[in-house]
Design a protein around this ligand. Sequence first.
Ligand code: FMN
Length: 298
Amino acid sequence: MLDLRLAPMAGVSNLPFRLVARECGAGLLTSEEVDARALVQGNAGTRAMLRHLPAERPLAMQLLGSEPEVLAEAARILEAEGADGVDLNMGCPVPKIVAKGHGAALMRDPLGAARALRAMRKAVGVPLTIKIRGGWDERTLNAVAIARLAEDEGVSAITVHPRTRSQQYTGRAPWEVIASVVDAVAIPVIGNGDVGSHADAAAMRTATGCAAVMIGRAALGRPWIFATDAPEREARAAIVRRHCDLIQGHLPERIALVQLKKHLAWYSTGLPGAALARPRLFQARNASEVKAVFWGLW
Ligand SMILES: Cc1cc2nc3c(=O)[nH]c(=O)nc-3n(C[C@H](O)[C@H](O)[C@H](O)COP(=O)(O)O)c2cc1C
């Protein structure tokens, strides 16, 4: 059996989408990235990102940051709020983020990364995991060195998205980097990058020896990718309805509207007339209007 997991995705992997992914068959879930400093400072919006339901467990929550004390304190908060694991984002390539030394910037600061992981490891009892890239750029392909260092610091598992920070999301994800991390450490390695089907996931597992496979973009508008048997049209419609209900039931109205537009646009990809209807979907003024446009296409 393949262990398929939903990738942490900012603005996407929130309570409703995570729960839908779990109901479709996803394994361990991970929250979207949570800014450690904002969390420690008590930012209400950041705090709200920790909300989750028992049915989502096991649920890891992901932190974004670089200062050891701040990350340690944030990790304590996540544990207290019920996280079954704390993950450190070491892969985010967004310029504004890496400029602060967060995300993928930790890949080119091994000492800083080790200090951060040591502080976090001491702070919590739940498993500490990391998500890394292949390296900072073509000249620093140091996923293996970072993985070894993390293992030494007591990290329990490592997700590898093998592109470098400078590749962002372009080109093919070089799966051989995942294989080299699998060879280098004894802890489980989760492979990630360009998996669009069960066949891809099986191929990644065979090619790399990874313990589990994480899926990001291919789950957008297609959370049933986690299911063993592809659901028929009616079952897919029920999943979309369930997702809409969760969005409206668990998110504040303004955020819910944005989420409905975004997800229903993904669910409509490939449906006849979808491209033409897209402006109407995004211009809709309330939830009923967005849903009416979507179900008109389905
Ligand atoms: C919209 C979006 C948001 C993302 N946000 C995060 C994030 O918060 N934390 C993280 O570690 N990775 C994030 N990623 C990266 C994904 O987790 C994943 O590593 C990447 O998309 C490659 O996997 P895929 O080819 O299956 O999409 C994000 C990716 C996308 C497309």
